[in-house]
Design a protein. Sequence first.
Length: 248
Amino acid sequence: MDLQAEEGLSTTPFPVLVATAVPVERDAVAGVLPGTAEEIRLPGGSLRRTAAGLDLLAAGVGPALAAATTAGALTAAALAGRPYRLVVSAGIGGGFLPGAPVGSLVVADAITVADLGAETADGFLPVTELGFGTVTHRPPESLVRVVSEATGARTGTILTVSTVTGTAARAAALGARHPGALAEGMEGFGVAEAAAAHGVPVLEIRAVSNPVGPRDRAAWRIGDALAALAEGFGKLPPALESWNTHDQ
């Protein structure tokens, strides 16, 4: 698809792809950005272009679908002669207490897949210890610093899981295996894999809607998390432009 040919869609000198899981996350971000255009349909998802230079993609739930949809959007943009310069995985997720309480914002200094590997009698082995693959993507340090300072986000590892944590035992195991973890989500690593395949830097931002631990829907604060996500993205465009101008 030639995205540049879509009527009314403007190009910017620093195009950024923002991949959320579901439309409600995408729409929360869109609400604080100027010039939201009409939705564009892509295989597996939908995309909106904004005057702020951020294209908003509802990429789907889980690392596999998020990777596939993000890769499709990256390929479409490259074929249109407007390749993305940055990919941002964004949304709400669980926070590890006390480091990331409900309503806080987290930016990843490491995007790590927590459950890709093998269970053994001696414990979990990540796929890297099996001799192949990767388990972590690291966003540019300068970008993480600029975004954290602009938005007030906490900085740490964001884990990608295929199964959301729902017990205290699993939360404790993840915390022990990844002591720098502040949050968990289901798409970040998939988005990062797609970005890496295209040679594009990646960032992940999560607003915390619930504690990582026993599943308790009464404790979820999805509205508060979406509001925190939107507030952070309202401050993001000038921070990204500053990084693009001074730190690359």
